[in-house]
Design a protein around this ligand. Structure first.
Ligand code: NAD
Ligand code: MG
Length: 393
């Protein structure tokens, strides 16, 4: 059989690297057609040498020029190097691309993920921000184009695997009462609230269980990541806010659960290694080797559960509130969070300012619903402008 053509968007990031690791184990099944990155030339060059894509897109123009020269030195000038946001959209539309791994971080990944859905591709979605910002339009595009949408986020992969195989988007028809999202609790699960102002970017990026990009690491530390995942679950599984529950499970072995009306709770377990949900989405409904060692149940001392503490982690409550408010509230929540996290990572604000700024943006911005992608992106920019003014940068 002809190998499946894959585009890996955000190839130089944590999910991208893990995706290429899985793909490299199955050269007969998959062919890497497109790789994209932002500005990491050395890493992209190494990926080109290994995977020989047809097209590479670098968001940054200077990085694209540097990569072209480096490829020429390696006698790989036939690999086309494009640059810019529009090129990302063109690359996913290539006829050779059947499957798109959407793993760019933040709203920067929304237009390309949306283009993949509109083009009817098989969309493997890691970029949760795309659904948070544009869930309604995204799900409409998937349905209209007959695209296949497969979750990569470990919790949503777990839920997807715990739902009936003939799941058709209706919780009641499937006998489901509730979706239970597990959260590790992040690096500050047991830290005293009075010390939160002293948290540094390095502290926040030091996650106990997962090795991830810096933005999602900070989101995991504030629990905004779980909040974004609640909104993601709402769109993926057609679940109202009151049927999504968050439970803190510090060992990150149960990746989420589905509770049925007869009392059954179906869970998916595994080591905290993103190659499992990536391989699951790549091969679905088949199963392929992911390079993940088997779970050693006897070495696990305990699986524990506790309720999230919304007082120390207000971002989770803000995300639930934004979901209930509807309209553009989730888009405003996301934009404010992205801008605040970037400011925190740059040393401009304190850890506790992140949720305070998101709260302020939700009070200040117009939350009425935009009906187009351009409208949502304009709301995203306006929210970032508001935050810049507040932060004074
Ligand atoms: P990362 O920071 O490690 O990688 C991000 C990728 O996006 C890089 O390839 C980077 O070059 C690219 N990128 C950044 N800004 C860009 C821009 N403006 N234009 C084009 N490309 C750009 O992030 P990550 O941890 O791999 O996360 C990627 C996405 O997957 C996020 O949405 C995250 O929430 C989601 N996710 C990640 C994990 C994980 O374990 N890392 C788990 C679940 C979901
Ligand atoms: Mg997750």
């Amino acid at each position: 059989m002809k190998p499946q053509g894959i585009a890996v968007l955000g190839a130089t990031g944590s999910i991208g690297i893990n995706t290429l690791d899985v793909l490299a184990r199955h050269p007969d099944h998959y062919r890497v057609e497109v790789l994209t990155g932002n500005r990491q030339v050395a890493r992209m060059l190494a990926q080109c040498l290994q995977h020989k894509p047809r097209v590479v897109v670098m968001a940054d123009e200077t990085a694209a020029g540097d990569l072209r020269r480096a490829l020429a030195e390696q006698a790989l000038s036939h690999i086309q190097v494009w640059h810019g946001a529009e090129a990302l959209v063109e690359a996913v539309r290539l006829a050779e691309v059947e499957t798109v791994m959407a793993a760019i971080v933040g709203v920067a990944g929304l237009p390309s993920a949306m283009a993949a859905a509109q083009a009817g591709k098989r969309v493997l979605l890691a970029n949760k921000e795309a659904l948070v910002v544009a869930g309604r339009l995204f799900m409409q595009a998937v349905a209209a184009a007959g695209a296949t949408l497969l979750p990569v986020d470990s919790e949503h992969s777990a839920i997807f695997q715990s739902l009936p195989a003939d799941w058709c988007g209706d919780l009641d028809a499937a006998g489901v009462d509730k979706i239970i999202l597990t959260a590790s609790g992040g690096p500050f699960r047991t830290r005293a609230a009075g010390t939160f102002d002293d948290i540094t970017p390095q502290d926040a990026c030091n996650h106990p269980n997962w090795d991830m990009g810096r933005k999602i690491s900070v989101d995991s530390a504030t629990l905004m990541n779980k909040g974004l995942e609640v909104i993601e679950a709402h769109w993926l599984f057609n679940a109202p806010a009151d049927r999504i529950e968050v439970v803190v499970h510090p060992q990150s072995v149960i990746h989420s659960m589905v509770q049925y009306r007869d009392g059954s709770v179906i869970a998916q377990l595994g080591s905290p290694d993103m190659r499992t949900p990536i391989a699951c989405a790549l091969a679905w409904p088949e199963r392929i080797v992911a390079g993940v060692p088997p779970l050693d149940l006897c070495s696990l001392s305990a699986l524990t559960f506790e309720a999230p503490d919304l007082a120390r982690f207000p971002s989770l409550g803000l995300a639930f509130a934004a979901l209930s408010a509807g309209g553009d509230a989730p888009a405003v929540l996301n934009a404010a969070n992205e801008a605040a996290v970037a400011a925190f990572l740059a040393g401009k604000i304190r850890f506790t300012d992140i949720s305070a700024l998101v709260d302020a943006a939700l009070s200040r911005m117009d939350l009425s619903a935009s009906d187009s992608l351009d409208g949502l992106l304009a709301k995203d920019r306006a929210t970032r402008d508001y935050l810049s003014t507040r932060i004074g940068v």
